[in-house]
Design a protein around this ligand. Sequence first.
Ligand code: SAM
Length: 270
Amino acid sequence: MNPNKALWEKGDFTRIARTMRSSGEALVRSIGVTKGMKVLDLGCGDGTTAVPEAQAGAEVLGVDIATNLVAAGNRRARELGLANVQFQEGDACDLRQIEDRTFDLVVSIFGAMFAPKPGDVAKEMVRVTRRGGRIVMGNWIPGDPTLVAQILKVSSAYSPPPPEGFVSPMTWGVESHVLERFAGAGIAADEVAFARDTFTFEFAGPPAAFVTEFRTYYGPTMNAFEAAAKNGRDAALQAELEALFKSQNRSGRDDRTSVQATFLRVSVTV
Ligand SMILES: C[S@@+](CC[C@H](N)C(=O)[O-])C[C@H]1O[C@@H](n2cnc3c(N)ncnc32)[C@H](O)[C@@H]1O
Protein backbone atom coordinates (compact mmCIF):
# COMPACT_ATOMS: atom_id res chain seq x y z
CA MET A 1 0.00 0.00 0.00
CA ASN A 2 1.22 3.50 -0.88
CA PRO A 3 1.74 5.18 2.56
CA ASN A 4 0.85 8.63 1.13
CA LYS A 5 -2.53 7.26 -0.02
CA ALA A 6 -3.07 5.26 3.18
CA LEU A 7 -2.49 8.35 5.33
CA TRP A 8 -5.22 10.36 3.59
CA GLU A 9 -7.70 7.50 3.32
CA LYS A 10 -7.37 6.96 7.06
CA GLY A 11 -10.20 8.54 9.02
CA ASP A 12 -12.39 10.91 7.08
CA PHE A 13 -10.93 14.25 6.03
CA THR A 14 -14.41 15.49 5.02
CA ARG A 15 -15.06 16.11 8.75
CA ILE A 16 -12.25 18.67 8.83
CA ALA A 17 -13.00 20.03 5.34
CA ARG A 18 -16.52 20.99 6.50
CA THR A 19 -14.92 23.56 8.81
CA MET A 20 -12.98 25.10 5.92
CA ARG A 21 -15.73 25.85 3.39
CA SER A 22 -16.13 29.62 3.76
CA SER A 23 -12.39 30.29 3.43
CA GLY A 24 -12.29 27.93 0.42
CA GLU A 25 -15.02 29.98 -1.24
CA ALA A 26 -13.29 33.28 -0.42
CA LEU A 27 -10.00 31.98 -1.79
CA VAL A 28 -11.63 30.94 -5.07
CA ARG A 29 -13.26 34.39 -5.40
CA SER A 30 -9.83 35.99 -4.99
CA ILE A 31 -8.17 33.83 -7.66
CA GLY A 32 -10.39 35.11 -10.48
CA VAL A 33 -12.04 31.93 -11.75
CA THR A 34 -14.26 32.70 -14.75
CA LYS A 35 -16.92 30.92 -16.79
CA GLY A 36 -15.54 28.30 -19.13
CA MET A 37 -12.03 28.35 -17.64
CA LYS A 38 -10.42 24.89 -17.51
CA VAL A 39 -9.29 24.27 -13.94
CA LEU A 40 -7.39 21.39 -12.35
CA ASP A 41 -7.79 21.22 -8.57
CA LEU A 42 -4.98 18.99 -7.34
CA GLY A 43 -5.18 17.28 -3.95
CA CYS A 44 -8.77 18.49 -4.04
CA GLY A 45 -10.14 16.43 -1.14
CA ASP A 46 -13.93 16.53 -1.25
CA GLY A 47 -13.95 19.81 -3.15
CA THR A 48 -13.54 22.69 -0.69
CA THR A 49 -12.16 24.79 -3.57
CA ALA A 50 -13.17 22.61 -6.56
CA VAL A 51 -16.90 23.06 -5.84
CA PRO A 52 -16.78 26.90 -5.70
CA GLU A 53 -14.61 26.88 -8.84
CA ALA A 54 -17.40 24.96 -10.59
CA GLN A 55 -20.04 27.28 -9.10
CA ALA A 56 -18.10 30.17 -10.69
CA GLY A 57 -18.66 28.48 -14.06
CA ALA A 58 -15.29 26.80 -14.66
CA GLU A 59 -14.86 23.30 -16.12
CA VAL A 60 -13.20 21.61 -13.18
CA LEU A 61 -11.29 18.37 -12.75
CA GLY A 62 -10.53 17.47 -9.14
CA VAL A 63 -7.70 14.97 -8.67
CA ASP A 64 -6.90 13.36 -5.35
CA ILE A 65 -4.99 10.29 -4.21
CA ALA A 66 -7.66 9.20 -1.69
CA THR A 67 -10.44 7.00 -3.10
CA ASN A 68 -12.87 7.93 -0.31
CA LEU A 69 -12.38 11.69 -0.84
CA VAL A 70 -12.85 11.37 -4.62
CA ALA A 71 -16.14 9.56 -3.94
CA ALA A 72 -17.16 12.25 -1.42
CA GLY A 73 -16.38 14.98 -3.98
CA ASN A 74 -18.45 13.32 -6.70
CA ARG A 75 -21.29 12.88 -4.21
CA ARG A 76 -21.21 16.59 -3.27
CA ALA A 77 -21.17 17.61 -6.95
CA ARG A 78 -24.20 15.39 -7.62
CA GLU A 79 -26.08 16.73 -4.61
CA LEU A 80 -25.35 20.31 -5.67
CA GLY A 81 -26.42 19.58 -9.25
CA LEU A 82 -23.01 20.54 -10.66
CA ALA A 83 -22.30 18.84 -13.99
CA ASN A 84 -19.11 20.85 -14.65
CA VAL A 85 -16.92 19.28 -11.95
CA GLN A 86 -15.58 15.73 -11.87
CA PHE A 87 -13.41 14.13 -9.26
CA GLN A 88 -10.97 11.36 -10.14
CA GLU A 89 -8.18 9.47 -8.46
CA GLY A 90 -4.61 10.43 -9.27
CA ASP A 91 -1.20 11.19 -7.81
CA ALA A 92 0.23 14.73 -7.99
CA CYS A 93 3.70 13.20 -8.53
CA ASP A 94 2.59 11.55 -11.77
CA LEU A 95 -0.36 12.95 -13.73
CA ARG A 96 0.26 10.79 -16.80
CA GLN A 97 -3.48 10.50 -17.50
CA ILE A 98 -3.53 14.25 -18.26
CA GLU A 99 -2.16 15.68 -21.51
CA ASP A 100 0.37 18.53 -21.66
CA ARG A 101 -0.98 22.12 -21.49
CA THR A 102 -4.57 21.13 -20.72
CA PHE A 103 -5.53 23.68 -18.04
CA ASP A 104 -5.82 27.48 -17.80
CA LEU A 105 -5.43 27.24 -14.05
CA VAL A 106 -4.04 24.65 -11.65
CA VAL A 107 -5.07 25.13 -8.02
CA SER A 108 -3.67 23.16 -5.12
CA ILE A 109 -4.70 24.28 -1.65
CA PHE A 110 -2.92 22.25 1.06
CA GLY A 111 -3.01 19.37 -1.43
CA ALA A 112 0.03 18.78 -3.68
CA MET A 113 2.26 19.88 -0.79
CA PHE A 114 1.58 16.45 0.76
CA ALA A 115 2.85 14.42 -2.23
CA PRO A 116 6.19 12.77 -1.51
CA LYS A 117 8.22 13.92 -4.56
CA PRO A 118 8.04 17.74 -4.63
CA GLY A 119 10.28 18.15 -7.68
CA ASP A 120 8.04 15.85 -9.72
CA VAL A 121 4.94 17.67 -8.44
CA ALA A 122 6.25 21.05 -9.69
CA LYS A 123 7.10 19.53 -13.10
CA GLU A 124 3.69 17.90 -13.43
CA MET A 125 1.79 21.07 -12.46
CA VAL A 126 3.76 23.08 -15.04
CA ARG A 127 3.40 20.39 -17.71
CA VAL A 128 -0.41 20.28 -17.55
CA THR A 129 -0.81 24.11 -17.52
CA ARG A 130 -1.12 25.92 -20.86
CA ARG A 131 1.48 28.57 -21.69
CA GLY A 132 0.20 31.85 -20.22
CA GLY A 133 -1.83 29.91 -17.66
CA ARG A 134 -1.43 30.04 -13.90
CA ILE A 135 -0.73 27.82 -10.91
CA VAL A 136 -1.96 28.81 -7.44
CA MET A 137 -0.81 26.86 -4.40
CA GLY A 138 -1.69 27.26 -0.72
CA ASN A 139 1.02 25.81 1.53
CA TRP A 140 1.32 25.70 5.30
CA ILE A 141 4.42 27.42 6.70
CA PRO A 142 6.88 25.60 8.98
CA GLY A 143 7.34 27.19 12.40
CA ASP A 144 4.41 29.58 11.90
CA PRO A 145 2.71 30.40 15.23
CA THR A 146 -0.83 29.75 13.89
CA LEU A 147 -2.90 26.56 14.08
CA VAL A 148 -1.79 24.06 11.47
CA ALA A 149 1.99 24.48 11.82
CA GLN A 150 1.54 24.26 15.60
CA ILE A 151 -0.55 21.04 15.37
CA LEU A 152 2.27 19.51 13.33
CA LYS A 153 4.92 20.77 15.74
CA VAL A 154 3.12 19.39 18.80
CA SER A 155 2.30 16.10 17.04
CA SER A 156 5.86 15.52 15.84
CA ALA A 157 7.10 15.59 19.45
CA TYR A 158 4.93 12.49 20.08
CA SER A 159 5.76 10.68 16.82
CA PRO A 160 8.75 8.58 15.74
CA PRO A 161 11.28 10.33 13.47
CA PRO A 162 10.28 10.22 9.78
CA PRO A 163 11.92 7.58 7.55
CA GLU A 164 15.26 8.26 5.86
CA GLY A 165 14.86 10.48 2.78
CA PHE A 166 11.45 11.85 3.83
CA VAL A 167 10.93 15.41 2.59
CA SER A 168 8.64 17.36 4.91
CA PRO A 169 5.50 18.70 3.17
CA MET A 170 6.10 21.90 5.13
CA THR A 171 9.12 22.70 2.93
CA TRP A 172 6.52 23.89 0.36
CA GLY A 173 5.95 26.77 2.79
CA VAL A 174 9.55 28.00 2.36
CA GLU A 175 10.03 30.40 -0.56
CA SER A 176 13.56 29.24 -1.48
CA HIS A 177 12.36 25.62 -1.83
CA VAL A 178 9.37 26.69 -3.93
CA LEU A 179 11.60 28.72 -6.28
CA GLU A 180 14.06 25.83 -6.59
CA ARG A 181 11.28 23.33 -7.43
CA PHE A 182 9.70 25.55 -10.07
CA ALA A 183 13.15 26.40 -11.48
CA GLY A 184 13.58 22.64 -11.95
CA ALA A 185 10.36 22.74 -13.98
CA GLY A 186 11.69 25.58 -16.19
CA ILE A 187 9.98 28.51 -14.42
CA ALA A 188 12.05 31.66 -13.82
CA ALA A 189 11.96 33.20 -10.33
CA ASP A 190 10.25 36.38 -11.57
CA GLU A 191 7.24 34.31 -12.65
CA VAL A 192 6.66 33.19 -9.06
CA ALA A 193 4.94 35.49 -6.54
CA PHE A 194 4.40 34.94 -2.83
CA ALA A 195 1.87 36.33 -0.36
CA ARG A 196 0.78 35.51 3.19
CA ASP A 197 -2.89 34.65 3.43
CA THR A 198 -5.29 33.35 6.09
CA PHE A 199 -7.64 30.37 6.24
CA THR A 200 -10.25 30.25 9.00
CA PHE A 201 -11.51 26.99 10.48
CA GLU A 202 -15.09 27.31 11.78
CA PHE A 203 -16.25 24.47 14.05
CA ALA A 204 -19.67 24.35 15.71
CA GLY A 205 -18.42 23.15 19.07
CA PRO A 206 -15.86 23.92 21.78
CA PRO A 207 -12.09 23.70 21.11
CA ALA A 208 -11.75 20.34 22.95
CA ALA A 209 -14.39 18.81 20.68
CA PHE A 210 -12.53 20.13 17.62
CA VAL A 211 -9.36 18.38 18.90
CA THR A 212 -11.42 15.17 19.18
CA GLU A 213 -12.53 15.68 15.57
CA PHE A 214 -8.86 15.81 14.46
CA ARG A 215 -8.01 12.82 16.69
CA THR A 216 -10.85 10.75 15.23
CA TYR A 217 -10.87 11.77 11.55
CA TYR A 218 -7.60 13.48 10.45
CA GLY A 219 -5.01 10.91 9.34
CA PRO A 220 -1.84 12.73 10.49
CA THR A 221 -3.33 13.45 13.95
CA MET A 222 -4.68 9.89 14.22
CA ASN A 223 -1.13 8.61 13.61
CA ALA A 224 0.31 10.96 16.22
CA PHE A 225 -2.21 9.70 18.82
CA GLU A 226 -1.44 6.06 17.93
CA ALA A 227 2.30 6.71 18.39
CA ALA A 228 1.68 8.61 21.65
CA ALA A 229 -0.55 5.82 23.01
CA LYS A 230 2.28 3.30 22.56
CA ASN A 231 4.22 5.29 25.18
CA GLY A 232 1.20 6.08 27.36
CA ARG A 233 1.39 9.74 26.26
CA ASP A 234 -1.94 10.13 24.45
CA ALA A 235 -3.56 12.06 27.32
CA ALA A 236 -0.61 14.48 27.29
CA LEU A 237 -1.01 14.99 23.53
CA GLN A 238 -4.74 15.61 23.96
CA ALA A 239 -4.05 18.17 26.70
CA GLU A 240 -1.41 20.00 24.63
CA LEU A 241 -3.66 20.19 21.59
CA GLU A 242 -6.64 21.33 23.68
CA ALA A 243 -4.52 24.14 25.16
CA LEU A 244 -3.40 25.10 21.65
CA PHE A 245 -6.92 25.14 20.15
CA LYS A 246 -8.31 27.02 23.16
CA SER A 247 -5.59 29.67 23.02
CA GLN A 248 -6.23 30.22 19.30
CA ASN A 249 -10.05 30.27 19.47
CA ARG A 250 -11.20 33.70 18.24
CA SER A 251 -14.96 32.99 18.35
CA GLY A 252 -15.41 34.88 21.62
CA ARG A 253 -17.54 31.94 22.86
CA ASP A 254 -16.85 28.65 24.62
CA ASP A 255 -19.26 26.62 22.50
CA ARG A 256 -17.77 27.47 19.09
CA THR A 257 -14.27 27.37 17.65
CA SER A 258 -12.99 29.82 15.08
CA VAL A 259 -9.28 29.56 14.39
CA GLN A 260 -7.17 31.35 11.84
CA ALA A 261 -4.17 29.79 10.16
CA THR A 262 -1.60 31.59 8.04
CA PHE A 263 -0.40 30.05 4.79
CA LEU A 264 1.94 30.87 1.93
CA ARG A 265 0.08 31.63 -1.26
CA VAL A 266 2.19 30.85 -4.30
CA SER A 267 1.17 32.23 -7.72
CA VAL A 268 3.05 31.07 -10.79
CA THR A 269 2.71 32.26 -14.39
CA VAL A 270 3.60 29.49 -16.79
C1 SAM B 1 -5.26 18.76 3.87
S1 SAM B 1 -6.15 17.91 2.60
C2 SAM B 1 -6.73 19.29 1.62
C3 SAM B 1 -7.85 18.95 0.69
C4 SAM B 1 -8.49 20.10 -0.07
N1 SAM B 1 -7.57 20.74 -0.98
C5 SAM B 1 -9.09 21.10 0.88
O1 SAM B 1 -8.59 22.25 0.94
O2 SAM B 1 -10.05 20.75 1.57
C6 SAM B 1 -4.84 17.21 1.62
C7 SAM B 1 -5.33 16.51 0.40
O3 SAM B 1 -4.24 16.17 -0.45
C8 SAM B 1 -4.45 14.87 -0.95
N2 SAM B 1 -3.17 14.29 -1.36
C9 SAM B 1 -2.14 13.93 -0.56
N3 SAM B 1 -1.14 13.42 -1.30
C10 SAM B 1 -1.54 13.47 -2.61
C11 SAM B 1 -0.96 13.09 -3.84
N4 SAM B 1 0.25 12.52 -3.89
N5 SAM B 1 -1.65 13.29 -4.98
C12 SAM B 1 -2.91 13.82 -4.94
N6 SAM B 1 -3.52 14.19 -3.80
C13 SAM B 1 -2.85 14.02 -2.63
C14 SAM B 1 -5.11 14.15 0.21
O4 SAM B 1 -5.75 12.97 -0.16
C15 SAM B 1 -6.05 15.22 0.75
O5 SAM B 1 -7.30 15.19 0.11
